[in-house]
Design a protein around this ligand. Structure first.
Ligand code: UDX
Ligand code: UDX
Length: 469
């Protein structure tokens, strides 16, 4: 690792210095990509959490994302730095990205819907406090429309005499494919002020991305359109999943097959094939939070019909998770009490260790409530994250939840298997061998339609998939 002094070389040479507050799933990979693609810029990623920063400075990164380690190793110590020295790095920066979390508020006004902006606000206050020169402040975190107004006010009322421009640059990467999405995004969106200074700031941020992204993929808008586009994109994506999941319930009742329906409608170029995979439900840190936030905003602006239209997307998602558990109960003689169930996959999607809002949380909580014992295996998620997500301590879990080292071990001796994440390795399981070591009748509930149900039935399972009879 380079010395502290070398971190400021960029400044000395007059090169642009970037500081990103928040070394999470978005800030970490995004800044690693910028540093790799722009060796002439200096990028410092700062975070309050010392343990996280230590992990970013090791080869055991705090998040799992295919291809990330190589990019970090290439740039770290050259023009990419991870530090808890927030003030010093902020002071030195020309451009500050705010990439802190914006969870759903769990207290006071707007609880359960509105975004909690206290971390964004405290970043703005900190930037104003440390001073150090004129800066462009970039909202990377997903925020409600008009948040930039709050950030601007805090900065412009600071008595430090520096000028600030606020720019919105939402991130569209999806976890599990973050590095691919960052290297080759469908578009980069940059929103800013419409006066001359605002346009200059947008240009400067666009200049960073021009190092590897073609001009036609860089979209510029006003601030509010940019903020709202991020919420809208996530709402539309989630709506497609809830729509196909709604149809999956009808498929189960009628004998239609949801994968066949998805294929049939997805070939219509106006609909397109993506985000039509029916599942146990969508998860992840964004979809639910952003739709709740959109719903809250609609309510705030006096648009209750619009709010209730979007809130249905989340309600349908909750229904889908509950329906999955209902199907397990219905088929296992209405009780799983004292039965052992293997949980294959816990992450909210494959190729990530992230469990935020994972459908596995709701499914496991319900199965535990119904007094099932669980044997859980996920290739990347740690037992501590699983327990934390369930709100269980190690002592409480003892005898009820067993963490296993591989899929075969998890299935051994169980009455049923619930597949909840579409990890590729699950396709290679020897289902004949697994079936032999289970209690009979042995059940398989595929929450991702990953395994051919006919293959499972041939092995002897009573197999159930989403949206199939
Ligand atoms: C991101 C976005 O920023 C969020 O708005 C979006 O909706 C989801 O994705 P993400 O990177 O996934 O958030 O969040 P997280 O992994 O929790 O990382 C945020 C980091 O910010 C944490 O490491 C936290 O320690 C840090 N943080 C938070 C600070 O350094 N300072 C703060 O004041 C608050
Ligand atoms: C999402 C957006 O895709 C991304 O643009 C934004 O920046 C952050 O939120 P992410 O949550 O990381 O990304 O993953 P995504 O691939 O969108 O999957 C979200 C959830 O939907 C996962 O639980 C996934 O399994 C589920 N999903 C996705 C489906 O159930 N069916 C599908 O067809 C697609």
């Amino acid at each position: 690792m380079e010395s502290q002094d070398s971190k400021y070389i960029g400044r000395v040479l007059g090169l642009m210095r970037i500081c990103c507050i928040g070394a999470g799933y978005v800030g970490g990979p995004t800044m690693a990509m910028i540093a790799q693609k722009c060796p002439n810029l200096t990028v410092a990623v700062v975070d309050l959490n010392q343990e996280r920063i230590d992990a970013w400075n090791s080869d055991d990164l705090p998040i799992y994302e295919p291809g990330l380690l190589g990019v970090v190793q290439e740039a770290r110590g050259r023009n990419l730095f991870f530090s808890t020295d927030i003030d010093e790095n902020l002071k030195e920066a020309d451009v500050v990205f705010i990439s802190v979390n914006t969870p759903t508020k769990d207290y006071g006004s707007g609880a359960g819907q509105a975004a909690d902006l206290r971390y964004v606000e405290s970043c703005a206050r900190r930037i104003a406090e440390v001073g150090g020169g004129d800066k462009i402040v970039v909202e990377k975190s997903t925020v409600p429309v008009r948040t930039a107004h709050m950030v601007k006010e805090i900065l412009s009322e600071s008595p430090n005499g520096h000028a600030y421009q606020v720019v919105s640059n939402p991130e569209f990467l999806a976890e599990g494919t973050a590095m691919r999405d960052l290297a080759n995004p469908d578009r980069v969106l940059i929103g800013g002020g419409t006066d001359e200074e605002g346009r200059k700031a947008v240009e400067q941020v666009a200049g960073i991305y021009r190092n590897w992204i073609p001009e036609e993929s860089i979209i510029t808008t006003n601030l509010w359109s940019s903020e709202l586009s991020k919420l809208t994109a996530n709402a539309f994506l989630a709506q497609r999943i809830s729509s196909i999941n709604a149809i999956s319930a009808l498929c189960e009742a009628t004998g239609a097959d949801v994968d066949e329906v998805a294929r049939a409608i997805g070939t219509d170029s106006r609909i397109g094939p993506k985000f039509l995979k029916s599942s146990v439900g969508f998860g992840g840190s964004c979809f639910q939070k952003d739709i709740l936030n959109l719903t809250y905003l609609c309510g705030h602006f006096g648009l209750p019909e619009v709010a209730s239209y979007w809130s249905q997307v989340v309600e349908m998602n909750d229904y889908q998770k509950e329906r999955f558990v209902g199907r397990i109960l219905d088929n296992m003689f209405n009780t799983v009490s004292g039965k052992s169930i293997a949980i294959l996959g816990y992450a909210f999607k494959k190729d990530t260790n992230d469990v935020r809002e994972s459908p596995a949380i709701a499914v496991c909580q319900r199965l535990l409530e119904e007094k099932a014992d669980l044997r859980i295996y996920d290739p990347k998620v740690k037992a501590t994250s699983i327990l934390y997500s369930l709100g269980w301590t190690e002592e409480e879990a003892s005898g009820r939840i067993t963490f296993c080292g591989d899929a075969e071990e998890a299935c051994q001796g169980t009455h049923a298997i619930a597949l909840l994440t579409e990890w590729d390795e699950f396709k290679d399981i020897d289902f004949d061998g697994v079936f032999d070591k289970m209690s009979k009748p042995a059940y398989f509930f595929d929450g991702r339609n990953l395994i051919d149900p006919e293959l499972l039935r041939k092995a002897g399972f009573r197999a159930f998939a989403i949206g199939k009879e």
